[in-house]
Design a protein around this ligand. Structure first.
Ligand SMILES: C[S@@+](CC[C@H](N)C(=O)[O-])C[C@H]1O[C@@H](n2cnc3c(N)ncnc32)[C@H](O)[C@@H]1O
Ligand code: SF4
Ligand code: SF4
Length: 495
């Protein structure tokens, strides 16, 4: 197995350094060694696909929550912490996140658990100077004192997540909970008045499903009465943090009655947008069943202190490159990011990672359809693992044709993307053994498509793209243009 350092060096295009690091290993990986030797002197792949650093930097300060929303996308529906030994983003980690924050237009403090649980939140807020500061919270732990501290630390936007009447949303949609949150919102207005502060301006984050669709008019009326104009609407995700589709959430989502819910939702969004509110569905100013372009790509990075890499959206895509000590420009323009840009802005949609193809944000209609189908499809009876193991053995013995046939059989026996990613990785090595570089490139692209976190896959991809000079880039689509509380600029209101 090559050292993680070698893989990171290849992902950041440092071919010569990777060659040296590999040579220092006692038993250098022969496939990688050969690929590096052949890639030497070739151009860096997708070199034109660099981008400015992200405008939105999302910082997740807390990994605890005891509010227990049944729909909770980050896993707090059935637990109050992720790891008892690691509950909050540490000040040291925050220090390392600061170079990213400095260049952003907005910094969002939100989740992964309840934002206000973090004992460091106000120190972080105090420490940020430059971008618009946004805090998103359930509002439950909000007190007069915390509102005062938000004003003092210059929080410009304060979002409350609550969803009105839905049994799976914040406070189970109970009347007492809803009343409490409106009272908190009124308290913020009162404290602002007392301290003669125009900020924080308030907004709502509302998760939408079949249950609360008919309550939205009521929710928006109450928001408008309190001068809240900006409301972010999120069609409810039904996939738990574990990756499992929740049948209970699906039943309450748009999924089982998509055509009607989708039409009604569109109607509500359009009507209220004409009526003085600024509703956004995810980051889009209108609701689409299928968006033109992903609003996250090139716009957002989400920094947390958990063991995996940073996220680039609310979905499951995680970046494979080691994060904390790589300078932002290098990290943001490393091969995984350039390739991700290529997939979104140059290539065809069918080449996107699996997560993106069925994404609740980009492909809302398809997302609910796929989830519904997955829930109603009986699992296959044949266990793919023994077939995979046999295929691997055949490959080791050099029986490529037989191995290939068995690996392809695995693809028909499983819906597990990580396993499919593994199959395509082996198929890549078989094609390399046969001397078919372009076929190998095709297989390694499929490996990454199914398992975006396949570090060795990334190393092969970087080298095969150098060797083949593929894919070519003529033109790229522009990233999605973000707008958010447009009158609020860093440091103050501009109205
Ligand atoms: C996970 S919470 C973390 C911050 C804080 N605890 C809160 O509730 O605002 C971040 C956002 O995710 C939203 N959310 C939670 N579960 C969701 C789901 N199943 N679908 C869509 N959005 C969801 C919440 O409403 C909230 O706005
Ligand atoms: S308050 Fe936020 S983090 Fe906590 S359970 Fe609800 S959505 Fe999840
Ligand atoms: S999973 Fe969805 S939101 Fe995330 S990058 Fe892909 S298309 Fe965008």
């Amino acid at each position: 197995m090559p050292l993680p350092e070698v893989l990171d060096l290849l992902m950041t295009d440092r071919l010569e350094d990777a060659a040296c690091a590999l040579a220092r290993e006692s038993e250098p990986d022969p496939v990688l060694k050969n690929l590096i030797a052949r890639a030497r002197g070739r151009d860096k792949p997708l070199a034109s696909l660099t981008a400015d650093l992200p405008e939105y930097v999302v910082v997740n300060p807390s990994y605890t929550c005891n509010i227990g929303c049944k729909m909770c996308i980050t896993g707090f529906h059935n637990k109050t912490e992720i790891d008892p030994n690691y509950k909050y983003l540490s000040p040291e980690q925050f220090e390392k996140a600061k170079p990213w924050i400095r260049t952003g237009t907005h910094v969002f403090f939100v989740g992964i658990g309840e934002t206000l649980d973090s004992p460091h939140l106000f120190d972080f807020l105090e420490d940020v100077d430059g971008p618009v500061k946004v805090v998103t919270t359930s509002g439950v732990p909000l007190t007069r004192e915390k509102i005062r501290m938000m004003i003092e630390t210059g929080v410009q936007i304060l979002n409350f997540s609550f969803d009105g009447k839905t049994s799976v949303g914040h406070g189970d949609g109970k009347d007492t909970y809803i009343k409490n949150i409106w009272n908190k919102i009124d308290l913020v207005r009162k404290v602002k008045e007392e301290l003669s502060s125009e900020t924080p301006v308030m907004g709502l984050n509302v998760t939408v499903n079949r249950e609360n669709l008919s309550d939205l008019d009521n929710l928006f009326t109450q928001a408008r009465e309190r001068d809240i104009r900006d409301i972010l609407l999120l069609p409810m995700s039904v996939v738990e943090d574990s990756g499992r589709i929740s049948p209970m959430l699906y039943e309450k989502s748009f999924g089982p009655d998509f055509d009607r819910c989708s039409a009604e939702f569109k109607n509500i969004v359009d009507r209220w947008n004409r009526n003085g509110l600024r509703l956004q569905v995810n980051a889009y100013s209108e609701y689409h069943e299928r968006a033109e372009v992903c609003s996250y790509v090139d716009n957002t990075i989400q920094i947390h202190g958990l063991s995996s890499g940073p996220n680039i959206c609310c979905g499951k895509i995680e970046m494979p490159l080691t994060f904390w000590d790589t300078p932002p420009e290098e990290y943001w323009n490393s091969l995984p990011f350039r390739y991700f840009r290529y997939l979104h802005f140059v290539g065809e949609r069918k080449g996107l990672p699996r997560e993106c193809q069925d994404c609740w944000i980009l492909e809302t209609r398809r997302y609910y359809k796929t989830c519904g189908e997955a829930l109603h499809t009986a699992p296959l009876k044949v266990d793919p693992i023994p077939v995979y193991q046999e295929a691997s053995r055949l490959k080791l013995e050099g029986l490529w044709n037989q191995a290939e046939a068995r690996f392809k059989e695995v693809l028909t026996l499983t819906e597990d993307d990580a396993l499919k990613g593994g199959v395509y990785f082996h198929l890549t090595e078989i094609e390399l053994g046969r001397g078919n570089d372009e076929e190998a490139l095709d297989c390694i692209q499929k490996c990454i498509q199914h398992n975006f976190d396949h570090k060795r896959g990334w190393a092969y991809l970087s080298l095969l793209m150098r060797i083949t000079g593929l894919p070519k880039v003529d033109r790229r689509q522009d990233k999605f243009p973000l707008t958010y509380h447009p009158e609020i600029k860093p440091g103050g209101l501009l109205v």
